[in-house]
Design a protein around this ligand. Structure first.
Ligand code: SAM
Length: 255
């Protein structure tokens, strides 16, 4: 079990995810775009966690399957949605289990809250390929990923840092942390990087990617009509805005 899987197996982290009820802003934007077409879809929610997204999607789709490699997360989902007839949950490592699913077996695939960033670049490339294979033609794939620009530039000090000791200490700490990761990025000089960004008490190694390269990699995997949504909700509509985005993470929606 690697550091990421250990973190997501801990009862504390499972409970933390189980206590989060809301959709994130870009998820809400994307749900609005898709909602009229969801009723007849078989949905696969990969890295489902404790069912945060399940609660928002399960009653809108025909069939819902949630998978996660954390047994603790899946146990919570099974308990939470035991009376929901169209829902199924399975323990599955996406780097291994997706290849056993038949071609065209789902009409909507979601990998929310940067779950794909827990993989190596090769695993990620293969998962994108598998998703394209199991997803029926012209149907939506939605996922989020961390933005490499967030590592490139230190978090700016804000006006409120002058008046709030907590805020000042937090921004200083984030700057110190980002210095280490910026050095790593300079040394590796790549369009993607795996860093420990401090999340879950330094319990995760996460990939941050170049957002324009991600578009190209989606095209290589066979996806089209690629749209990107910022962490505050609205769509990022120009190449320039995508290149300059300082969001920590963004959502992609494609077919
Ligand atoms: C940040 S959490 C997001 C959980 C959920 N999607 C949400 O939005 O609340 C990342 C999730 O991805 C899962 N995960 C990470 N790597 C995985 C893998 N290789 N296969 C399956 N699940 C994985 C973790 O167990 C965890 O539940």
């Amino acid at each position: 079990m690697d550091i990421n899987q250990r973190t997501y197996s801990s009862a504390k982290i499972v409970n933390l995810y189980a206590s989060e009820p809301d959709l994130q802003k870009p998820e809400a934007t994307i749900l609005k775009i898709l909602e009229n077409d969801l009723y007849n879809k078989r949905m696969l929610d990969i890295g489902v966690g404790a069912g945060r997204t399940t609660a928002h999607f399960v009653n809108r789709v025909k069939e819902y399957v949630g998978v996660d490699y954390s047994e603790g997360m899946i146990k919570v989902c099974l308990e939470r949605f035991k009376d929901t007839k169209n829902a199924r949950f399975e323990v599955m490592d996406m780097t291994k289990g997706l290849k056993d699913l038949p071609d065209n077996s789902f009409d909507f695939v979601l990998i929310s809250f940067n779950s794909i960033d827990h993989l190596t670049f090769d695993e990620r490339t293969d998962v994108l390929k598998q998703v394209r294979r199991i997803l029926t033609k012209d149907n939506p794939f939605c996922f989020s990923t961390h933005n490499i620009n967030f590592i490139k530039y230190p978090p700016a000090f804000k006006f409120k840092d002058l008046f709030s000791p907590y805020s000042f200490v937090k921004t200083t700490y984030l700057n110190a942390l980002s210095l280490k990761n910026r050095r790593k990025l300079r040394a590796e000089n790549s369009t993607n990087i795996v860093v420990n960004d401090g999340a879950h008490t330094f319990g995760l190694n996460l990939m941050y990617v170049d957002l324009v390269e991600q578009v190209k990699n989606l095209e290589k995997a066979g996806f089209k009509d690629i749209r990107v949504f910022s962490e505050t909700g609205p769509e990022i509509t120009s190449q320039e805005a995508l290149i300059n985005s300082r969001d920590m993470s963004v959502y992609y929606l494609c077919n």
